[in-house]
Write a protein that binds this ligand. Structure first.
Ligand SMILES: [Zn+2]
Length: 291
């Protein structure tokens, strides 16, 4: 699943091609249309396709924001009223900006396009998704405010560490394994399975420790390590695990920088990597480096 660094690169890749352009039409794939017709919420969530199209058409893309693992399009309607189109890439979603679907450079993504936004500059902003776990929602001002409040501050914000330390004390989280807690976006925003494993390794903390048993000093160290691995992920263009592709159809290099995730031997000490399932997610750790 794309995590914060991968989504950050998708947002960065989209901006130069689509900002300040108008959406003049929206087209859905047959899979989206038949899915919605049979009562499944295929990609377009909580709104009928006609209504989605009505809301989005004739708006100007004034801002593209990444928030946790979401891409948020601020769409300005006439009279300067803004609506928010909140996108999530699911397991393997990708955006392309091309004159047509035929120009998508990767066959699998060309075949599995699902939403096309026709832009006033003659380009198409195309959402492709091989596994169809991605989603789009339309939120008004107050729904957007609620959405934002339910997610922890961005990890790079100055208040994010205090927020994290406070959330760790809450009844909901204090008796859960630390790895599960840092993957919850109401505790840390944008940290999924891969970066959680890497951050715990960097902090030399075992993933199964119950949150309240860790000292404040250790939790602070862990939070700094989360920020470090997310920054490193951004620096290397994200990882190519889970079919991640940026707007140019490229994957990142971060997978070559992993110290523990998906490896047989620890990149730091050479010890065999151990695996454990925590809250349904495969967790990789080094029993020699992490205590
Ligand atoms: Zn090790």
């Amino acid at each position: 699943m794309p995590e914060l660094p991968e989504v950050e690169h998708v947002a960065r890749g989209l901006r130069p091609h689509v900002l300040n352009h108008k959406i003049i039409d929206v087209t859905f794939s047959e899979a989206v249309k038949s899915g919605k017709a049979s009562g499944k919420e295929t990609i377009i969530k909580q709104i009928a396709l006609d209504d989605f199209k009505k809301f989005v058409t004739n708006t100007t893309i004034e801002l593209i924001e990444r928030r946790s693992k979401y891409i948020i399009f601020h769409l300005m309607k006439e009279h300067h009223q803004t609506i928010y189109c909140v996108g999530h890439l699911g397991m393997a979603g990708a955006f392309f900006v091309k004159p047509s679907v035929e120009d998508i450079p990767i066959p699998n993504y060309k075949k599995h396009w699902h939403v096309q936004f026709k832009l006033s500059n003659g380009q198409m902003m195309i959402y492709s998704d091989i596994r169809r776990f991605g989603e789009f929602k339309i939120l008004d001002e107050s729904a957007f405010k609620t959405f934002n409040q339910n997610i922890a501050p961005e990890p790079f914000d100055e208040h994010a560490m205090d927020y994290f330390l406070n959330q760790c004390k809450q009844k909901k989280f204090k008796n859960k394994p630390i790895k599960q807690v840092i993957m919850d976006h109401s505790v840390v925003s944008g940290c999924g399975n891969i970066y959680a494993c890497e951050a715990l390794h960097l902090a030399r903390i075992l993933p199964m420790h119950i949150t309240h048993t860790l000292s404040t000093q250790k939790k602070k160290k862990l939070f700094k390590c989360i920020v470090d691995v997310l920054n490193k992920g951004i620096q290397y263009g994200g990882s190519s695990i889970s079919d991640y592709r940026n707007v140019e159809g490229e994957s990142g290099d971060m997978q070559n920088k992993f110290n523990v995730y998906g490896l047989k031997q620890c990149n730091t000490c050479g010890h065999t990597i151990s695996t454990i399932v925590i809250a349904t997610r495969n967790t990789h750790y080094c029993e020699k480096c992490q205590k």
